[in-house]
Design a protein around this ligand. Structure first.
Ligand SMILES: Cc1cc2nc3c(=O)[nH]c(=O)nc-3n(C[C@H](O)[C@H](O)[C@H](O)COP(=O)(O)OP(=O)(O)OC[C@H]3O[C@@H](n4cnc5c(N)ncnc54)[C@H](O)[C@@H]3O)c2cc1C
Length: 566
């Protein structure tokens, strides 16, 4: 079955589950009326179905290659990219002053998810450009904005982010790329960056690299990092791509999946760059890009899960296996369990990502710090849970296919291979969890508690209509509250050993909350049944996870490297 963008499900979630109406009622986003949003989702969904989804296999079968120093994209990606750019889908949230549509991030999150489900490796290209646009909107000079933003927003140029170096992965502060002042306001950038997604392409006229580097005598660690714009071609007087910059793609990585996205080793050899923001302010500027990208990558996980689910569902409806000739495997209870799990997990992860986007939009529209804190708390959950679900659902998709799942021609394995990296890049999911129990609980658990209050209040209100489900969600939130209070009292290193199960438990409980809302809106339909499945079968996982958290980590670090080798 070909991919069908889940437009109606996304609309249901926006309207009934995550309270998008509040965003539409703000002055800033007043233009995003229900009719307009519906038209945007429908049109984006059509482009995903008709243009992007047919390219998904091409990315795998015809990987991007490096030919004479230039990256050649996968077969058909040029037409796909043109459709994205011409449709205005590169940057629908961007400032209208530079050619954007100024739409809420919530709408972009829905569109990005659909594009990810259709063709993940191609979608990564505009996702990176979106992050770059946001970083420039916040931190670049007016001159730089005027030069770069219109080209990035129109998709004529694309953007990359260059953090990683061989010795500087999760520990970005260890990077050593240098930036020497040229004396004319520009800088000479020298160093090697690895794993740079879409570090070059033949889809655009220019590739704009945002590069983290160190000025001479910069402080060690993250404080001494600055951010630079380093384009592949130096813009000429008219702002068009001019002389080639002194940078090159050295090689492409051979990866497990996502073959349509070229992952480049980049060499900067005194390349001309312009500083973005203040000297030493590189991490601050890059965080703008990374926060956007973290939510975007969470959405990639959800999108890939949706694609894998649709694939598995179609197979289960066709594959005959059973006592009777006409039995298809969807009739078997275990296959039904897998499909229901996939669908229920997707709703939970999708709602978390959209709710995070709503919080960002509300923070921007109202300036209220509670919304910003809510968004900050939800961001690592949206990234880690969204991508974990992407991996788990696509792995289950392989299982639904039986032996055919292991055979490449079915296409089931590609979803798993492609999405696997989303749990690694943009900060591994372990690092996301540490951010959650570290920085995001530094408010003494205030943002977490506010979310739990919200969940409990709604569960309380739902008790009259759905007593059993509402009570289960309320109790789960209360157990999580107790563990949160306990965790806030622990020292930081102790928290880190339990960060991953804590994040997962929070996501589980949030999932119960959104499923309950969906059931209240559609009690007798598929959402009501799916909510019962999630809340009675999947939500209880939080108890085991929280027991893991409460065990603290004294026992964990007592297992020495020698014990592990024994
Ligand atoms: C396909 C692909 C595309 C990518 N695209 C880009 C890109 O466009 N731009 C870019 O800059 N980078 C990119 N990356 C790099 C990516 O962000 C890093 O791989 C990632 O941040 C992890 O860094 P690392 O690979 O060095 O792993 P390491 O940092 O060595 O981590 C290895 C393991 O140790 C854990 N670990 C490390 N430090 C800690 C710690 N302090 N506490 C607890 N656990 C820790 C990690 O969670 C992980 O499980 C890409 C990577 C891949 C594979």
């Amino acid at each position: 079955m070909p991919y069908r963008a889940p437009v109606s499900e996304l609309s249901f979630l926006l309207d009934k589950v995550i309270g998008f109406k509040a965003v539409q009622e703000t002055e800033r986003f007043a233009e995003a009326s229900p009719d307009m949003v519906s038209a945007v989702l429908t049109e984006a969904g059509r482009m995903c179905d008709e243009v992007m989804a047919p390219l998904q296999r091409n990315g795998d079968l015809y990987p991007a290659v490096l030919e004479n120093g230039v990256v050649r994209s996968s077969k058909g990606f040029d037409a796909g990219y043109r459709a994205i750019a011409e449709g205005g889908w590169v940057a629908i949230t961007a400032d209208p002053a530079h050619g954007g549509m100024g739409l809420p991030l919530t709408v972009a999150t829905a569109v990005n998810e659909m594009m990810s489900g259709a063709c993940l490796s191609l979608q990564l290209n505009p996702l990176l450009t979106q992050g770059q646009i946001e970083a420039l909107e916040h931190h670049a000079s007016d001159e730089m904005k005027a030069l770069y933003l219109p080209k990035l927003i129109s998709g004529e140029w694309s953007g990359t982010m260059n953090l990683t170096e061989p010795q500087a992965g999760s520990d970005v502060g260890a990077l050593s790329t240098k930036a020497e002042p040229n004396g004319d306001g520009t800088y000479a950038i020298s160093g090697q960056k690895i794993y740079i997604s879409w570090g070059d392409s033949d889809l655009v006229e220019n590739v704009c690299h945002l590069v983290l580097a160190r000025l001479p005598d910069a402080a060690p660690g993250t404080k001494g990092i600055s951010l630079f714009m380093v384009p592949k071609y130096l813009p000429d007087e008219d702002g068009n791509p001019g002389v080639a910059n002194t940078l090159k793609v050295v090689s492409l990585e051979h990866k497990m999946g996502l073959h349509g996205s070229p992952t480049c080793v980049m060499s900067y050899e005194g390349a001309t760059g312009w500083i973005v923001g203040e000297p030493g302010g590189g991490m601050k500027a890059m965080f703008t890009m990374m926060n956007n990208a973290r939510l975007g990558v969470g959405g990639q996980g959800v999108g890939a899960a949706e694609g894998a689910y649709q694939h598995a569902l179609a197979f289960a409806n066709e594959r005959k296996q059973g006592k009777n000739d006409h039995d298809t495997i969807i009739g078997h209870a275990d296959v039904r369990r897998m499909l229901a799990t996939m669908k229920a997990e997707i709703l939970a992860a999708r709602a978390i990502a959209l709710d995070c986007a709503v919080s960002i939009d509300m923070g921007r529209a109202t300036g209220a710090p509670e919304w910003t804190a809510r968004a900050a708390f939800l961001t690592p959950i949206a990234k880690a849970f969204g991508t974990d679900i992407g991996c788990e659902v696509s792995e289950m998709g392989v299982q639904v296919h039986g032996g055919m799942g292991y055979v490449e021609e079915s296409g089931a394995a590609q979803f798993y291979r492609d999405v696997r990296v989303t749990a690694i890049y943009e900060g591994t999911n372990g690092i996301q969890a540490m951010d959650m129990v570290g920085r995001k609980l530094m408010d003494g658990g205030e943002a977490a508690t506010r979310l739990l209050d919200e969940i409990e209040a709604e569960a309380e209100a739902a008790k009259g209509t759905m007593p059993e489900l509402a009570a289960a969600v309320w109790e789960a939130a209360e157990t999580l509250r107790e563990t949160t209070e306990w965790l806030v009292g622990r020292a930081m290193p102790e928290r880190f050993g339990t960060a991953v199960p804590y994040l997962r438990a929070f996501a589980r409980v949030l999932g119960g909350h959104y499923h309950l809302r969906a059931a209240m809106a559609d009690p007798d339909g598929s959402h009501g049944k799916l909510a019962r499945f999630y809340i009675t079968r999947l939500l209880p996982e939080h108890m085991g996870l929280l027991a893991h958290v409460r065990a603290a980590d004294g026992d964990l670090m007592a297992i020495s490297p020698d014990d592990l080798a024994a």
